[in-house]
Design a protein around this ligand. Structure first.
Ligand SMILES: [Zn+2]
Length: 444
């Protein structure tokens, strides 16, 4: 600055010379850094390209269950403090927006003034959910880019409620599906990966969870053009009495809520890669079927004001998944959360939902080979058994990483384990099966 000020005052040859010197210096200074920065950023983008092409074709998904940031119907008293939804999710934002796909079930419509579809004589007892339009900013803030609308509240405020919801989601660039006339959506990821998403429920104007054949045909159609197909459903009974996957048709409040086990398997049989369930307002077990991941219910993620949040209803997972470019399960993680003060989401230091998913998975899918450790990491061990030589005989012991199997084998600690049980388990492991059965025979 000093030089620049000084130079114009003088007008002799020397100063002209020094001016041109300084001018050239300044030019060099200006040119060098931009050139340097340019080549540096070229290097960075090259590295990045290399990474995304050769390494990271795996897809990361973060998924949560029900979202309802508060309703302006029947009155604004059901909205969070200062009509601000950001504080509801601010504490867990960092666990949401790190994935390629960030999914949630929007349990209600987004509209300022759409009229209720159902007549409601006592609005305090009618559970109709209408989030103000400005609350769309919380979906954006959390990073959601995939939303399911197939549930029992999207149509609470009829056509106008749905139109307003769609216009908010469209304006935010958020992908969505789950309406009777829009059962699926297709979007691009990393330029060269196409994701298909479809969503089902047993409710009014949703693609039906109960018509498995039709749902399968949608999935099959998506597999023709998409690299990965994600299926979401809102189904099963509601509340603490409905935490287990019964593998049967569930009835709740006089309604048929579907057989979510049969549905999920049928979708994978038809070519789906990931199944994300919600609807029971409690968390349920997870399962790996044909190397594809199923979450049977992700519970209440952020449900402000009008939801029961005691016991299992108040805890839930933020589920993080990594799947291969073929859609096969690679790894997962449960981040445990809880809702306090009517719907403010916080990390749960007691990690209750991790224990919950461990217990439910062990109970409902004892044959599973999923390991959920106490930090919530989800993996699949290569084999559930180990062979140990004892003298001249072999014994087959359970890999201690398999809690479900361990429970069963404790009944047979004397070594006279249940042979048919081992046979059944080993049949999953093809080539290893014969070798292990040889060992079992040698022991006898
Ligand atoms: Zn619901």
């Amino acid at each position: 600055m000093k030089c620049v000020k000084y130079i114009p005052k003088k007008n002799n040859q020397l100063n002209k010379f020094s001016f041109s010197l300084i001018y050239s210096f300044l030019l060099i200074c200006l040119f060098l850094p931009t050139h340097y920065i340019k080549s540096q950023s070229k290097l960075d983008s090259l590295n990045f390209d290399l990474k995304s092409d050769s390494i990271s074709k795996h897809i990361t998904i973060t998924a949560v269950g029900d979202i309802m940031f508060g309703t302006n119907f029947p009155s604004k008293k059901y909205l969070p403090k200062n009509e601000d939804c950001i504080p509801l999710i601010d504490n867990v934002k960092e666990f949401l927006n790190k994935a390629d796909i960030i999914f949630g079930n929007l349990e209600g419509c987004i509209s300022d003034n759409a009229p209720a579809r159902k007549r409601c004589n006592d609005p305090t007892k009618c559970y109709l959910f209408r989030m103000p339009k400005k609350f769309g900013n919380c979906l954006e803030y959390a990073g959601f880019n995939l939303i399911s609308l197939a549930n029992n509240h999207t149509w609470d405020f009829g056509e106008k409620g749905v139109e307003d919801t769609k216009s908010v989601l469209d304006s935010l660039g958020i992908n969505y599906a789950g309406l009777d006339y829009k059962p699926y959506t297709i979007f691009d990821l990393n330029e060269n990966q196409k994701i298909g998403f479809c969503s089902f429920a047993p409710n009014y104007r949703t693609p039906s969870l109960l018509n498995i054949g039709k749902a399968q045909s949608i999935v099959k159609e998506l597999t023709k053009t998409c690299d990965v197909v994600i299926v979401s459903f809102h189904g099963g009974g509601e509340g603490s009495a409905y935490q287990n996957v019964t593998k049967k048709t569930e009835k709740c409040y006089g309604e048929n809520r579907g057989n979510v086990y049969e549905f999920s398997h049928a979708m994978i049989d038809a070519g789906a890669d990931v199944i994300i369930g919600h609807g029971p307002h409690v968390t349920r077990a997870i399962e790996i079927y044909k190397n594809k991941f199923i979450a049977y219910s992700l519970g209440n993620f952020c449900t402000y004001g009008r939801f029961r949040l005691s016991g299992p209803n108040g805890i839930a997972p933020i589920l993080q998944l990594e799947i291969s470019e073929k859609g096969e399960f690679v790894s997962g993680k449960i981040t445990p959360i809880k809702q306090i003060n009517g719907g403010y989401v916080k990390l749960d230091n007691e990690k209750k939902v991790i224990k919950k998913v461990q217990d439910l998975t062990n109970t409902d899918f004892p044959e599973q080979v999923i390991i959920i450790d106490n930090e919530g990491n989800i993996s699949v061990a290569s084999t559930p058994f180990e062979n140990k030589q004892e003298g001249n005989s072999f014994r087959v012991w359970l890999n201690e990483n398999y809690p479900a199997y361990a429970q069963q084998i404790q009944l047979d600690r004397d070594g006279s384990y249940n042979n048919s049980y081992i046979t059944k388990a080993y049949q999953k492991y093809g080539a290893e099966y014969n070798q292990v059965m040889n060992n079992v025979r040698r022991k006898k």
